[in-house]
Design a protein around this ligand. Structure first.
Ligand code: ZN
Length: 690
């Protein structure tokens, strides 16, 4: 018997469907002919925590840092005991095993670590399935390889090295910086992580840039040009050698601007260029998780985590959309054959789309159908499942609708328009104007809306204006030229959409050329599956929050800023991930051992931990008052059932002090006696905090 161990149940089902024989499904596996297919549920094992290695490490102490396990150990994740046992029992009966993890480094590790944990000695093979459709799965099953192939050993080694590095880096630095903050009275946890900390650094950096921003005034010039066929506005372009400009080519000299405006008003003009070109815009590609998270944040204000949860429900519970944790925007060519069926079903599911969906041309193959661009997974698309109309909640319906429309768009022609480019000469100065005339909506019809506004960053180029028909060489006149007062604007605040985009495009924030190139290739920091969780973690830790209630804009908190300010560049620079990935590529290629990779990084971690012991932290610390009862403790504000009160820090010391005072305007009320005729009750002693 061959035992397939798939990364997840859906992959197990896809493999079982293509194996010869009748399938019988149980809670833990599927039997098909001579084969059995079982599954993991992502990682079903997790790393030991420090206290699992040594109970005394449960206490956070600077002396015990850095913590580095001599012998790494894994434990079974909560709730996964049953599945691990089932895999172990099946292994005993198997003659051979097939690792069916996702075809990437993480997928390799995920199944290999289970085999190691269970002490497997049976021969292991490897199957690579990236597309769950019939033909690609059959093809994959026909080309099963040995799991000892150097490529797969490299994948395993590099994924293992990365997980150990993340553990060492996150655990040690979190403890080191939290302990440093506690020395000055901070009570929270200053969590540090390879991905979360540079992400927080992005938000802090942006906030500081906005706060320190000083707007620079500059001037633009707009001419109202009169042609025999109509009037239009054109914008001044500085000529080479123009004086009064700043480094960025902006006109900053007010006198020059005013002089130009006065001189050009009333002068004759000539149309130097009049060009009309047809242009096409293809439909947007189907969604990857991050592109869907960005679009849904933009459109409906949903958070990255909400979108991930919704997608997971649409996939698992409702079975209406495909696997959500994908970084791919493409579909396999085999999926093209499903178009007619899927479109039929989605129009029944969303009747409001019936009219427009009739125009979908399933013989059209958009650039999205491209085998060479499909990675471990394909893009998120609707399935051919009929929807139970009542079963979806409002947000699920919104996200499903977005996925459906983007899928439909693949079967529509490009949106066509005419681009008009005009150049006007006025008394030796150059002005330009642009126009865009829609010819046919194409795929835009599905969205029943014109093109989104604000796509053109240069608001001076108003390409929405209607331009009169003209010819090159035509005479015209500058009726009026005005100088406009402008100011440079600060960078935009992050929203979840923009933060996700920045995590993907993190290379833009890195100077080191090699790290930059590797980050670009690896699509940034974090993965599709983890980015939402990282943002949630930063919120939960109180490092970032909403600018104001109900706002999509994100700002850093004083604690978040204090942490970033205290951390050395190495610990918060996204280049660290880039450099790490380069080294992990060497591990994957067998040119560096995983142990050497860890040993090198241990030096860095040890230095960072040592630096933390003398780091100056500027984190918000709650005020305290000396305890008048025991004279050694500090009174700290607590929140009890009946509101805030102050109690002594020696409440569980030896000897213990049970001093407690009511809160009065943010301070302990040491003076409970009624004053000035107001009858006030003396404060009752409150229960001590647990
Ligand atoms: Zn006291």
């Amino acid at each position: 018997m061959r035992l397939f161990i798939a990364e997840k149940p859906s992959l197990a089902a896809a493999i079982a469907a293509q194996l010869p024989g009748t399938a019988t499904k149980t809670r833990t596996h599927i039997e098909v002919g001579n084969d059995i297919v079982t599954w993991c549920v992502g990682h079903i094992l997790e790393q030991f925590m420090p206290e699992d290695y040594d109970a005394s490490l449960k206490q956070w102490r600077a002396e015990s840092l850095p913590i580095a396990p001599a012998q790494w150990k894994l434990k079974i994740k909560d709730g996964m005991q049953g599945q691990v046992k089932a895999i172990g029992d099946l292994l005993k009966k198997a003659d051979a095993v097939v690792n069916a993890g996702d075809p990437d480094r993480e997928g390799q590790l995920l199944v290999d670590e289970v085999l190691l944990y269970l002490g497997n000695r049976k021969p292991v093979q490897r199957v690579l399935v990236s597309d769950y459709n019939e033909a690609p799965v059959k093809k994959a099953l026909a080309s099963i390889k040995s799991n000892n192939d150097p490529q797969f050993r490299g994948w395993y080694e590099s994924a293992l090295a990365r997980s150990r590095f993340d553990w060492l880096f996150g655990l040690n630095l979190t403890r080191a910086y939290t302990l440093a903050a506690r020395r000055i009275g901070y009570e929270g946890v200053l969590s540090v992580g390879r991905v979360q900390t540079p992400t927080l650094g992005l938000v802090v950096g942006r906030d500081l840039a906005i706060e320190n921003f000083k707007p620079i005034p500059f001037y633009t010039l707009t001419a109202t040009v009169q042609h025999a066929n109509g009037t239009f506005a054109a914008n001044w372009r500085a000529k080479p050698g123009q004086t009064g400009l700043d480094d960025e080519g902006r006109l900053i000299d007010a006198a020059t601007a005013q002089a130009l405006a006065t001189r050009l008003t009333g002068k004759s003009a000539r149309i130097e260029k009049y060009e009309k070109k047809p242009a096409n815009e293809n439909a947007p590609l189907p969604f990857s998780l991050s592109s869907l998270q960005m679009a849904a944040n933009d459109r409906y204000g949903l958070t990255a985590q909400q979108v991930l949860d919704i997608c997971q429900a649409l996939y698992e519970t409702h079975k209406l959309t495909t696997y959500p944790r994908t970084d791919c925007n493409y579909l396999s060519e085999a999926q093209h054959a499903d178009a007619a069926t899927i479109i039929g079903v989605v129009t029944a599911n969303l009747p409001e789309l019936a009219t427009v969906a009739k125009k979908a041309d399933t013989s059209r193959k958009s650039p999205a159908f491209n085998d060479s661009k499909v990675t471990a997974h394909h893009a998120i698309v609707p399935t051919s499942r009929r929807m139970d109309a009542a079963s979806l909640n409002d947000n699920e319906r919104k996200v499903y609708d977005m996925v459906v429309r983007t899928y439909l768009a693949q079967f529509f022609p490009p949106s066509q328009f005419l681009k008009t480019d005009i150049e006007v000469a006025i008394d030796g100065e150059k002005f330009t104007a642009k126009g865009k005339t829609p010819v046919s909506a194409g795929w835009r019809e599905i969205y029943a809306q014109p093109e989104p506004e604000g796509e053109d960053a240069d608001s001076e180029d108003d390409d929405k204006q209607a331009l009169p028909a003209m010819n090159q060489g035509d005479a015209a006149q500058c009726k009026q030229c005005v100088a406009n007062n402008r100011k440079t604007t600060p960078p935009q605040r992050f929203t979840e959409k923009l933060l996700l985009a920045a995590m993907v495009d993190i290379h833009k924030y890195v100077d080191d050329p090699a790290a930059k190139a590797r980050l670009k290739e690896g699509q940034g920091i974090g993965t599709e599956a983890t980015r939402a969780g990282i943002i949630e973690e930063l919120k939960k830790r109180g490092f970032i929050g909403q600018l104001k209630a109900g706002s999509k804009q994100i700002v850093s908190t004083p604690a978040g800023r204090g942490l970033i300010a205290a951390l050395p560049a190495h610990a918060k620079n996204p280049a660290l991930t880039g450099i790490c990935e380069q080294a992990l590529d060497m591990v994957a290629a067998g040119r560096l051992s995983g142990d050497d990779f860890i040993a090198r990084n241990m030096q860095l971690i040890t230095k960072l931990v040592t630096d933390a012991s003398s780091a100056t932290l500027n984190v918000p610390v709650a005020p305290t008052f000396p305890c008048p009862d025991c004279k050694t403790g500090q009174l700290k504000k607590r929140n009890g059932k009946n509101g805030a009160f102050w109690s002594c820090s020696n409440w569980n010391a030896e000897p213990k002090c049970s001093a407690a005072y009511d809160d009065f305007r943010g301070k302990p009320n040491f003076n409970p006696k009624p004053k000035g005729g107001f009858a006030k009750k003396a404060p009752a002693k409150k229960a001590q905090p647990k």
